[in-house]
Design a protein around this ligand. Structure first.
Ligand SMILES: Cc1cc2nc3c(=O)[nH]c(=O)nc-3n(C[C@H](O)[C@H](O)[C@H](O)COP(=O)(O)OP(=O)(O)OC[C@H]3O[C@@H](n4cnc5c(N)ncnc54)[C@H](O)[C@@H]3O)c2cc1C
Length: 228
């Protein structure tokens, strides 16, 4: 099993303008930004804002053929930067660097298994919108209302499994739903084989799935993008 660390090249700096914001739930929103004419990226990559002391990275939702850039953010209560993007007026200018990262799709003979928690779904949106279809997607969220983009993802994925962990007995309310975390599903229900795993979201999920891959899916590759 291999894990790739994805951040190695210096990227260019660009200026962008906030064009629109759309709330998907009370805490999660999408923003649309102008795309600088020379900015190129590969689906799965991200951009980086550098407010004051720390850097904040966000995976692109959109595809290289789209004319604007899209991000999907969780608005962290008392967070330093996500509330800035949640409240900024349309027309506000920002600078960012990019593209960053190597969390990109690499076709192989092994079946691809995408595993996301929360807004970790973002790079998989860009990848699948760009034409990748032969994948299984496990999306770990609290409740079904957090399954953003599920209609598109259901229509694109070979298998789409929403894993709902906030409370028991939710799965029956949603097609192919599973009550529990993505790790539980992989451990108990996912057939042992050799896969390419793409993991994106919380570090606990990435650690737990990586350990599970060693136990249950030996010979598989793991690509990971840790959000927090
Ligand atoms: C490679 C990479 C890609 C990322 N892509 C995205 C993305 O596409 N969308 C996105 O929303 N965030 C993404 N993040 C997280 C993002 O960079 C910021 O850390 C996040 O917006 C919080 O920043 P903040 O200043 O508002 O909060 P801070 O003041 O830095 O507070 C940090 C705390 O916020 C919480 N938190 C951070 N990110 C999330 C999240 N996504 N969902 C729920 N809680 C969170 C955690 O508890 C964390 O400890 C990514 C991070 C990395 C490293």
């Amino acid at each position: 099993m291999k894990t790739f660390n994805t951040d190695r090249i210096a990227a260019k700096s660009y200026s962008t303008t906030l064009l629109a914001r759309r709330w998907l739930t009370e805490k999660v929103f999408e923003i649309e930004l102008t795309r600088p004419s020379s900015f190129q990226f590969t689906p799965g990559q991200r951009i980086r804002f550098s407010p004051e002391t720390r850097q904040r990275d966000y995976s692109l939702l959109t595809t290289p053929s789209d004319s604007t850039l899209g991000l999907c953010l969780f608005n962290v209560e008392k967070g330093q930067f996500s509330p800035v993007l949640a409240a900024a007026e349309i027309g506000t200018k920002f600078s960012f660097t990019g593209p960053h990262g190597y969390f990109t799709y690499r076709p192989s003979a092994r079946p691809a298994v995408f595993v996301a928690t929360g807004t970790g779904i973002a790079p998989f949106l860009s990848i699948s919108r760009s034409g990748v279809t032969e994948f299984t997607l496990l999306h770990g969220v609290g409740t079904a209302s957090d399954l953003h983009y599920q209609d598109f993802l259901r229509s694109t994925a070979r298998l789409y499994v929403p894993c709902l962990s906030a409370s028991p007995d939710q799965a029956g309310t949603i097609e192919n739903g599973f009550d529990g975390r993505v790790t539980h599903y992989l451990k108990e229900y996912f057939p042992p084989d050799t896969y390419d795993f793409y993991l994106c979201g919380r570090q606990e999920m990435i650690r737990d799935v990586t350990l599970l891959v060693d136990e249950r899916f030996p010979g598989s590759l793991v690509y990971a993008e840790t959000f927090f």
